[in-house]
Design a protein around this ligand. Structure first.
Ligand SMILES: C[S@@+](CC[C@H](N)C(=O)[O-])C[C@H]1O[C@@H](n2cnc3c(N)ncnc32)[C@H](O)[C@@H]1O
Length: 266
């Protein structure tokens, strides 16, 4: 892991379920044109799946152009083939319903909070432990704002001189899984609560791996609440318009960056 000077801005990714959906309109239109005019260029027949694939690729490209978050590019690309597959599988509606419910319980915060579930990797866990080991102070309290399945929370709980690690998670299924995995850990406390409704001023370190959407609001909350030294570690998403105190670049496949901010402000 290496530290660099702060970047100009962290707001590199847009969000946008509605824009991702809208991306299908030009994609469908272009696919229909392709269907209509391709015979003039290439002798038919062609496999029908090629048109579904074309629609997916075009919808992914339009999602990119509309500056949707990267996960929408993949969702848009996979949507048509998965739809065809699902229709072809002839799965009983009850299983479709169960799948929908499971996805809803996992991606509970994807729409309202614009924060889906994706997990910090083991390189990030090690980096969090290294950062915490360097921080001064005894019996520190740390928090994971949106603790998912609890991996990052456990890594922090097992860092030197951490007395308590609190995970806030509102998505029911990730909360339940983390509860089953870590409920007996002596230094971990899991709260099925939104971190927006909690006072965060008692934490020495707060870790967040969210999305660009909540960063300005999160920063405003921490600035308002921080009374004594607190470190915010944000995975991948910088606070727009605020210079981080440090940026740590991790040596992993996705080129993770950790943005470090010290509070309270002088
Ligand atoms: C990108 S995941 C990160 C999971 C975990 N921190 C990690 O690094 O592996 C973000 C998590 O935040 C949760 N989340 C989003 N908004 C939240 C809120 N207001 N309160 C509690 N959890 C929230 C989501 O449900 C999701 O599980």
């Amino acid at each position: 892991m290496s530290e660099t000077s702060p970047p100009p801005s962290g707001q590199r990714w847009g969000g946008g379920a509605v824009r991702a959906l809208l991306a299908h309109l030009p994609a469908v239109l272009l696919t229909l044109l392709l269907w209509r005019f391709l015979p003039m260029l290439v002798e038919p027949p062609y496999p029908v799946w090629a048109f579904w694939a074309a629609e997916g690729v075009l919808a992914a490209l339009f999602a990119m152009l509309l500056r949707c978050a990267p996960w929408w590019w993949g969702i848009n690309a996979l949507f048509p083939p998965l739809l065809v597959l699902a229709l072809g599988l002839n799965v009983a509606p009850v299983w479709m319903g169960a799948l929908f419910l499971a996805l809803l319980l996992v991606f509970w915060n994807a729409h309202g909070e614009r924060v889906p579930l994706y997990l910090s990797n083991s390189t990030t866990h090690a980096a969090l432990q290294a950062i915490l080991a360097r921080e001064a102070g005894e019996a520190r309290r740390v928090a994971d704002l949106g603790s998912g399945l609890g991996g990052a929370l456990r890594a922090m709980a097992e860092a030197p001189r951490v007395a308590e690690a609190v995970g806030f998670e509102t998505a029911p299924l990730p909360w339940l899984i983390s509860r089953l995995r870590l409920g007996r850990h002596p230094r971990i406390r899991l709260r099925r609560a939104s971190f927006w409704s909690e006072r965060l001023s008692d934490f020495d370190v707060v870790y967040a791996f969210l999305s660009p959407a909540p960063m300005p609001r999160l920063w405003a909350k921490l600035v308002r609440e921080a009374r004594r030294p607190m470190l915010l570690i944000s995975n991948s998403f910088a606070v727009p318009g605020v210079e981080p105190d440090a940026v740590i670049e991790l040596d992993d496949a996705r080129g993770t960056e950790l943005f470090l901010y010290r509070l309270p402000l002088p």
